[in-house]
Design a protein around this ligand. Structure first.
Ligand code: ACO
Length: 453
């Protein structure tokens, strides 16, 4: 098949949020810590009427309806998530109820889990399937969804929630660059969820940032070589090879630091005769060792200053959802892609190359790239994709703001009722967007029942 990649995309995020400025004051931290220090403005969250199944049901049905795709046309469906409600039954099988009326049960794929990386693994599986001898011409559907919640304390402000669905097939709007995938995986305990009774992770914040940046360095190295082999990169600078750099975003400031980190890697791999003015201010760091530099403030400041214009041109637009909803975990980097696509005039997107970096603690990480189709005829799939995402800003702006004490109370409710059976959710459904699936009941055998608003 030709031009395999993402044909269609849809995103769902909660219809309520808490304001990060108000949260700073409620948490008693200094004003600006969450908003300026971490770069977060709002955080989406769910009450007890939503869970990972309902989020994924909602985003899949929205995508199928908006694009008027028949459930018969899906041949593979898989879900990337780290929000585990059941140690055996997959979210994928829950989603099969949407396919019942169509009679289509011939659908490969199940769930994939490793922190924020599961969506990327699911996407790679889908692309591999379409490129394989097992492909039967139908679409693959990839769903990434999570509810990111932390115990009270300094990590709580980096939560979020949401789901992204992506249709994968040939003649795509967003075409994967063949042969250009770089991966770094390693055994570390930076963020993990050993307590199966709790939704909260155990997290070593500082270590997780170090691991993220280390994984970025590793992927940079492999990816640069692959781009070179593919004839996409000829000079030394990776930042010159693409029009957009999109990252998994635990919080927006880390993404800005990641652009700076790529510039540092570009600088260190440039020849000593390269006196390009873009590296002004970095001259004293030519001998720096990457492994010893993660928390070198002086270096970080110099790289952030040198890379600021590139960050503004090639990355900032991708942070809309990350800034307004927070870390959605597996959908985060795909929310970044959507934010970028809806923020550019469609004519400027033609042929645009995007580099993506996906990171999941534990750890699993990949860097890869895709290219926006240059078929910009009015009927082309990219027009439809952008049109179908044009409600994202309106949806963001029409959410309901809850106060930090209300947010705190709903977190407590989730905490005390997590895994309770039988259970009837008490949260309100009044403010859910129309078309949202929600949990109505868990019976004494832990079987969950949903309805659609
Ligand atoms: N005004 C402006 N900036 C401020 C202020 C203020 N009043 N107060 C603090 N800051 C800055 C700090 O200087 C720091 O910025 P810098 O690192 O650029 O210097 C930033 O705000 C954060 O402050 P810290 O004291 O470092 O924050 P803390 O250690 O309390 O927590 C952390 C931050 C570690 C990210 C925490 O929220 C966490 O553990 N989050 C979850 C883990 C995570 O997201 N890891 C990332 C990768 S793994 C993943 O995706 C889950």
């Amino acid at each position: 098949p030709k031009d395999v990649g993402i044909v269609a995309m849809e995103v769902y995020f909660p219809s309520q949020y808490v304001d990060q400025k108000e949260l700073e004051s409620f948490d008693g931290v200094s004003a600006g810590k969450y908003t300026i220090g971490l770069g977060q403005d709002k955080m989406g969250f769910c009450s007890d009427v939503e869970d990972i199944n309902s989020l994924c049901l909602t985003v899949v049905q929205r995508l199928m309806e908006k694009y008027e795709i028949s459930y018969i046309d899906i041949g593979r469906l898989e879900v990337g998530t780290e929000t585990i409600l059941d140690k055996s039954k997959s979210v994928k099988t829950v989603l099969m109820q949407l396919f019942e009326d169509s009679g289509n049960t011939s659908i490969e794929g199940i769930d994939t889990t490793n922190a924020c990386y599961g969506g990327t693994s699911a996407l790679f599986n889908a692309v591999n399937w379409v490129e394989s001898s097992y492909w039967d011409g139908r679409y693959a559907l990839v769903v990434a969804g999570d509810i990111a919640v932390y115990a009270t304390g300094n990590a709580r402000c980096t939560g979020g929630a949401g789901a992204v669905a992506m249709l994968v097939g040939a003649n795509a709007s967003l075409i994967m660059d063949r042969g250009c995938r770089a991966t770094h995986m390693q055994h570390v305990y930076d963020f993990y969820k050993p307590n199966l009774d709790s939704e909260y992770p155990v997290v070593d914040g500082k270590l997780s940032i170090q691991c993220y940046l280390h994984a970025l360095d590793k992927c940079y190295n492999i990816f640069s070589k692959k781009l070179q082999s593919a004839g996409i990169k000829d000079g030394t600078s990776l930042l010159d090879c693409a029009d957009a750099f999109i990252f998994h975003s635990p919080f927006c400031k880390l993404v800005q630091k990641s652009v700076a980190r790529i510039m540092l890697n570009d600088y260190l791999s440039s020849s000593s005769t390269d006196t390009s003015s873009r590296y002004n201010g970095l001259e004293t760091f030519k001998d720096v060792k990457l492994e010893e530099s993660y928390f070198n403030k002086e270096l970080e400041t110099a790289c952030m200053t040198a890379s600021k214009d590139i960050y503004l041109q090639k990355t900032k637009l991708s942070l809309l959802l990350a800034n307004q909803v927070g870390n959605m975990y597996t959908p985060s980097v795909y929310g970044g892609l959507i934010s970028f696509l809806i923020s550019c005039p469609v004519e400027e997107l033609s042929g645009c190359r995007c580099v993506l970096f996906s990171y999941g603690s534990g750890l699993a990480s990949s860097m890869y790239s895709l290219r926006v189709t240059d078929d910009l005829s009015p009927k082309s799939s990219i027009h439809q994709l952008i049109r179908n995402l044009s409600d994202v800003r309106t949806r963001l702006n029409h959410r309901k703001k809850l106060s930090p004490p209300e947010f705190d109370q709903l977190m407590k409710l989730r905490e005390t009722t997590h895994h309770k059976a039988p259970y009837k959710p008490i949260g309100s459904i009044d403010d859910l967007y129309p078309g949202t699936w929600y949990l109505i009941h868990i019976d004494d055998k832990h079987r969950r029942k949903y309805e659609r608003k």
